[in-house]
Design a protein around this ligand. Structure first.
Ligand code: APR
Ligand code: PHB
Length: 390
């Protein structure tokens, strides 16, 4: 099989790039290890920055997002029993974020790919990358007993943190930066009315909590838990009781509880792999970098990778201009690190660290006090939360 661009990974990054390239007449194939049903069963975050939403529209996949997604112009930070509002609209010069589940977004991308008869190959096993530094790289995969080889110009590694693409770059070339936090987030999805129309990030000595939502009838809540905790160890009742304890009393009092429809624990990690290009392989999204979820940067950090790659590929194929591909890694990493800094800062400011000393907690207090007393600090938070320019 021959194609121009072989994309590994059918998550949001790979599918969005596939759709954008196809619309510009650039032939591509997506190889996904799992079935469509499996990918769509994963519950992921739900805040999209402006730039990502714009890319979805450009990819002709924004219709349902614009109809069902909610525009959020602010959120709350709870501290010492009080709610403080962050006015994103005011402090970002009129910008906002879209609350729309990543699972729904992935479904829209799959539907669009199917409608355009895009090639998305599911259940592709044993994906392997070959000849990455040659002019004609190849990708092989196994479908049942058959091994298929795809010849292409470029390989895109959009196969997430556990994918094969990053691991195909020699260890002598790749440098990895990692910070693992000593806790995880226990998340619960429930068919209940959200406690607040806008998100609440809550700092509390018992641990961080977050009130989020997918719609006005679907809530998503999280609490910080030790890494040793298990989902089985947390009954729904115990979860709701702990969540309420960490929120301002008036918020806890109006919390509507109900059975969980999904419950999972995710560890928190910051990670960057450099460079994001090796020969004719380009990494994008979670394959190259991970953020803790505190600043809602996960998918948004992937958005700029896709934007840069898309424009670099179009420049290459339509105008023979190589500058976008040449500059991709440096340009992508510059923005990736800014998203890393922001997520790290939000995480450090709002969580309870098991080994923290009194001095650290005083600095957290001061960080929050400064934030809510300084227009400059607010603007910095808002600018990062709605998404830095590409
Ligand atoms: N071969 C083929 N596909 C693979 C392989 C492999 N060896 N390894 C992983 N994949 C697939 C996964 O099954 C998954 O569907 O690659 C896809 C990667 O998708 P994501 O992990 O969702 O990563 P990405 O598309 O970069 O999405 C960005 O934003 O909110 C964050 O972490 C969240 O997924 C989110 C991310
Ligand atoms: C979510 O809705 O899942 C969510 C929202 C904001 C975050 C993290 C997760 O910062």
């Amino acid at each position: 099989m021959k194609t121009q661009v072989c994309i590994i990974g059918g998550g949001p990054s790979g599918l969005l790039l596939s759709q954008l390239l196809h619309l510009k007449g650039i032939d591509n194939v997506v190889l996904e290890r799992h079935s469509r049903e499996y990918v769509l069963a994963r519950i992921r975050a739900g805040v999209l920055e402006h730039g990502f939403a714009k890319l979805m529209r450009e990819a002709q996949c924004g219709e349902r997002m614009d109809r069902e997604g909610e525009i959020h112009e602010g959120f709350f930070i709870a501290n010492e029993g009080r709610l403080n509002r962050v006015d994103l609209h005011k402090y970002s010069g009129g910008s906002s974020v879209v609350v729309y589940g990543q699972t729904e977004l992935t479904r829209d991308l799959y539907d669009a790919r199917a409608q355009m008869k895009g090639q998305v190959i599911h259940n592709a096993e044993d994906v392997a990358l070959h000849d990455l530094t040659s002019a004609k790289p190849g990708v092989t995969y196994r479908a049942g007993d058959e091994v298929v080889r795809i010849e292409c110009d470029y390989v895109i590694g959009a196969d997430g943190f556990h994918g094969v693409s990053r691991k195909s770059i020699p260890k002598t070339v790749l440098k990895e930066y990692e910070k693992v936090y000593p806790f995880g987030w226990l998340g619960v999805l429930s068919r209940t009315k959200p406690v607040s129309p806008e998100l609440i990030y809550a700092r509390h000595e018992r641990g961080f909590a977050l009130c989020s939502l997918r719609s006005q009838v679907l809530s998503r809540y999280y609490i910080q838990v030790p890494l040793s905790d298990t989902v089985e160890g947390w009954s729904d009742d115990a979860f709701w009781a702990e969540l309420k304890r960490r929120l301002p009393a008036e918020v806890g009092a109006r919390m509507v509880t109900g059975p969980s429809i999904e419950k999972s624990i995710a560890p928190l990690r910051s990670f960057v792999a450099e460079p994001m290009r090796y020969g004719n392989l380009f990494l994008a999204g979670d394959a190259a970098h991970i953020v803790p979820p505190t600043g809602a940067r996960g998918l948004n950090s992937a958005a700029s990778d896709i934007y840069y790659l898309y424009h670099a590929m179009v420049a290459h194929y339509q105008r023979g201009d190589e500058s976008g591909l040449e500059g991709y890694s440096a340009k992508a990493l510059a923005r990736v690190w800014k998203a890393q800094r922001f997520s790290w800062w939000m995480t450090m400011m709002l969580h309870t660290f098991p080994d923290s000393i009194e001095y650290d907690r005083k600095l957290q207090d001061t960080d929050l006090a400064y934030l809510f007393s300084s227009e400059a600090a607010m603007s910095s938070l808002a600018e990062n939360y709605v998404g830095l320019p590409f």
